[in-house]
Write a protein that binds this ligand. Structure first.
Ligand SMILES: [Mg+2]
Length: 238
């Protein structure tokens, strides 16, 4: 059965999330005069990511709203910098601090250079969409800003609205249903091995793991590896 549709992960697959996150937090801390509290820029980025991963996991588990995890990231990060009263920061103050970060992050947001050419190079009969562990409004804004919404945004399934995050099979199946296709007719492309590649395979889709670092990590049965999106059109017909 040929592949008739492709669903994509967004962050660190089509969109350079890590690059914009790094630029955003460094510019924000520099503006606030907080960078000197850390041993160096890499330590600042590492701490921001560690805090983000812990609080984003609580969002995906349903403990925090999408906005709630932003506030908690702010409180936990400022507490780790030794800011007095950080853990008791009001929702409004935390949201304002996070908005400062987000403005710098959004000024730096960009698609990976291979994303638009790869999407343009796919056969026009393929139906395209997105399945993402995030909020739909947030991802729609982001895809619009980086110029990819028209190409992949017709089907945009996000965990916040769907109710379950990847690797739950139901969210992949919701994406397939949005395309009007069965899972065995659909490919999934994403950078996270466990959530994207194993999740899609276990949900019955064709799984393509985007390993941009060319890590050489072994992959399980039924999972194909891409090192960039350049070879996607070819890989889909191989
Ligand atoms: Mg990703």
């Amino acid at each position: 059965m040929p592949i008739r549709g492709v669903l994509f992960d967004v962050d660190d697959t089509l969109f350079d999330y890590s690059g914009s996150e790094e630029a955003g937090i460094l510019a924000h801390l520099d503006e606030l005069g907080l960078l000197a509290r850390l041993p160096g820029p890499q330590a600042a980025v590492d701490l921001w990511r560690t805090v983000m991963e812990a609080q984003y996991a609580r969002f995906l588990a349903g403990e925090l709203t999408f906005r709630g995890q932003q506030g908690e990231r702010t409180r936990q990060f400022l507490a780790r910098l030794g800011e007095p009263g950080a853990e008791r920061l009001s929702d409004e103050a935390a949201a304002a601090w996070f908005a400062g970060y987000a403005a710098h992050r959004d000024a730096a947001r960009a698609a990976f250079p291979d994303a638009a050419p790869a999407l343009a190079g796919l056969p026009p009969h393929l139906r395209l969409g997105v399945v993402s562990n995030s909020s739909a409004d947030h991802q729609r804004d982001k895809l619009r800003a980086i110029g990819l919404l028209d190409r992949v945004g017709a089907v945009l399934v996000c965990s916040d609205q769907h109710g379950e995050p990847k690797p739950a099979p139901s969210i992949f199946h919701a994406g397939c249903a949005g395309l009007g296709l069965a899972p065995h007719e659909v490919a999934y492309v994403g950078d996270n091995y466990a959530l994207d590649a194993e999740g899609a395979r276990d949900a019955g889709l064709h799984a393509f793991w985007l390993d941009r670092t060319a890590s050489g990590a072994p992959v399980g049965e039924g999972i194909r590896v891409l090192h960039s999106l350049d070879g996607l059109a070819r890989a889909l017909t191989a």
